[in-house]
Design a protein around this ligand. Structure first.
Ligand SMILES: CC(=O)SCCNC(=O)CCNC(=O)[C@H](O)C(C)(C)COP(=O)(O)OP(=O)(O)OC[C@H]1O[C@@H](n2cnc3c(N)ncnc32)[C@H](O)[C@@H]1OP(=O)(O)O
Length: 176
């Protein structure tokens, strides 16, 4: 029997994460990053590995949490391999990322996605406009060089990246 295990990513997972992301990046679903960016961001990632009876392990999925502000984080690069779709891997990853968000003190989690129904099932709501962003925080976030932050702010320069995607947000409850 195959066992699904959620764990923090290690540097040795980078080739596997890249393999998960590559076909989705070709379709324009996820953003392709340079290999160095995966190593630099490895502490943001969780992975689920499928461990067989013989102890062999293969990556079934990955996902990352990027902290943007005191009370704001973003789920990034959430992907389940084709072989493991629809078997709870994405939900397991997202639950782990939301637990991390709570652990570091983040109470709201953003995502930019085509998978609206998947995220809605996990409690995310479509972000209608910028009203949810405090103007002072907005001004501070404008200083970030991160493309994901620009996407959150819905800045004109990143519009081509966000075409067809939906901006969604989850307010975490205290108890989890
Ligand atoms: C922030 C970002 O990273 S955005 C990018 C999101 N990722 C992508 O778009 C990459 C391509 N998609 C994928 O890799 C996967 O479809 C994921 C990650 C979105 C979902 O992963 P899966 O492992 O297939 O999801 P999982 O099996 O955990 O499903 C959890 C629940 O969501 C439901 N679900 C999964 N995908 C979908 C979907 N596309 N539409 C509606 N419901 C869905 C499942 O039926 C399940 O329902 P349940 O709670 O009633 O059991």
């Amino acid at each position: 029997m195959t066992d699904l295990r959620l764990r923090p990513a290690r540097t040795s997972d980078v080739p596997g994460i890249k393999d998960l992301v590559a076909p989705l990046a070709r379709e324009g679903i996820l953003i392709n990053k340079d290999t160095v960016a995966y190593y630099e961001g490895i502490q943001e990632f969780l992975v689920v590995e499928a461990v067989g009876d013989d102890g062999s392990a293969r990556l079934a999925g990955c996902g990352a949490l990027h902290v943007m502000w005191e009370n704001l984080g973003e789920v990034r690069t959430l992907a389940t391999s084709d072989e493991w779709r629809g078997q709870g891997v994405g939900r397991m990853l997202l639950a782990g990322l939301l637990a991390r968000a709570r652990d570091v003190g983040v109470s709201r989690v953003f995502c930019l996605t085509f998978e609206v129904d998947f995220f809605a099932r996990q409690g995310f709501e479509v972000m209608a406009n910028q009203d949810q962003i405090d103007p002072d925080v907005f001004a501070e976030l404008l200083r970030s060089h991160d493309e994901g932050v620009a996407e959150y702010l819905d800045l004109a320069r990143v519009k081509p990246n966000t075409l067809g995607n939906t901006r969604m947000i989850l307010q975490l409850s205290r108890e989890g």
